[in-house]
Design a protein around this ligand. Structure first.
Ligand SMILES: [Zn+2]
Length: 157
């Protein structure tokens, strides 16, 4: 019984210490912080700018009274507009980040740092020193010109 409990605790520890759970927690925390940055950007910079250029983004006076209940189309349209503004702001931020990443990759390529790893991933094929045809890495005799290669055992032949 106690052994079962221990294994469940162990399993739980393994579960919470797995990388994806930690990554998810970091994502949620950073996402929450990022949301407040975007909200601040929209409410303190973008919306006042729009108000200064083309009047208030708030849509007012579009409410209908129905049996004593107020249906406020204006508030709904305002919410949709602020969602679109937020989406555009996020899009611009992500686009900027992508452009920055592209520039970084190009700079790395220019510096020749990425080339090294590419060469390591795909080494050049071995070639016969006599006929210069591609041969297997462990071949001791060329299949194309039958020359004896390094490591050929019957050297006296
Ligand atoms: Zn050869």
């Amino acid at each position: 019984m106690s052994q079962d409990k221990k294994s469940i605790v162990q399993e739980f520890i393994e579960f919470i210490s797995r990388g994806n759970v930690v990554d998810l927690a970091v994502g949620v925390i950073i996402g929450g912080a990022f949301t407040s940055v975007v909200n601040s950007l929209v409410s303190t910079i973008i919306q006042p700018l729009i108000s200064a250029i083309g009047g208030s983004p708030e849509v007012k006076g579009l409410s209908v009274a129905l049996n004593g209940q107020t249906i406020d189309f204006g508030a709904f349209i305002s919410a949709v507009i602020s969602f679109l503004i937020t989406a555009v702001a996020v899009f611009i931020i992500i686009k900027g980040m992508n452009t920055f990443n592209d520039l970084k990759e190009k700079a790395i390529e220019k510096a020749g740092l990425a080339k090294k790893s590419e060469e390591e991933a795909a080494p050049e094929p071995r070639k016969c020193p006599y006929c210069l045809q591609e041969i297997a890495d462990d071949a001791t005799r060329c299949p194309h010109c039958t020359s004896k290669l390094e490591g050929y055992e019957n050297a006296a032949e």
